[in-house]
Design a protein around this ligand. Structure first.
Ligand SMILES: CC(C)(COP(=O)(O)OP(=O)(O)OC[C@H]1O[C@@H](n2cnc3c(N)ncnc32)[C@H](O)[C@@H]1OP(=O)(O)O)[C@@H](O)C(=O)NCCC(=O)NCCS
Length: 145
């Protein structure tokens, strides 16, 4: 397994994972717009295929996880862990020591995943998603910050 930067030829694999992972997936034009507008975009490659990705950005000295997803056939095999660890390293190497994200309240797998990686729940935002679901806001702060 290698973790590397996204390239355009990965887009079909990424889209397939995006659409199976989220009830409100980003369409292809939004994913490419994020890529073209300077968002961080890394993928996990196994053999010839992309099996996961993370999109993130830095705004006002705070890192933000925009999306992370793993192909459902490869979940619970630590692909997500490898990718989030790499993403945190990228933030730290840019002197970004605080990271935020939003996650659907019902998404206990993802909340547990983030808790396992040192994120903490900081608040809840009602009616955050288009279908009315609340978001849990989570933050990570580097220990020796
Ligand atoms: C969230 C997601 C990226 C995790 O990736 P993953 O590769 O499956 O996760 P890992 O195998 O690295 O799991 C690491 C830890 O997270 C927790 N975790 C992961 N999946 C979990 C689940 N289904 N239920 C409970 N805890 C879970 C566990 O603590 C696990 O540690 P362990 O293996 O030692 O028990 C993946 O489930 C996914 O793609 N979900 C759909 C998309 C999504 O919801 N993204 C987040 C939106 S904010």
């Amino acid at each position: 397994m290698i973790i590397r930067d996204f390239k355009l030829s990965d887009i079909d694999d990424v889209l397939a994972i995006e659409y199976e992972s989220f009830p409100d997936p980003y369409p292809v034009d939004i994913l490419l717009q994020l890529h073209n507008s300077g968002a961080g975009f890394i993928v996990a490659q196994l053999g010839k295929h992309v099996v996961g990705y993370v999109i993130f950005w830095i705004r006002n000295r705070i890192g933000h996880i925009i999306a992370i997803a793993v192909d459902s056939k490869y979940r619970n095999m630590h692909v997500g862990s490898l990718m989030i660890e790499k993403t945190l390293k990228i933030f730290f190497s840019n002197n970004i020591n605080t990271v935020g994200l939003e996650v659907r309240k019902s998404n206990t797998a993802a909340v547990n995943f983030y808790l396992k990686h040192g994120f903490v729940k900081v608040s809840e935002e009602e009616d955050y998603y288009n279908d009315g679901e609340s978001a849990i806001i989570m933050h990570y702060t580097k220990a020796d910050n």
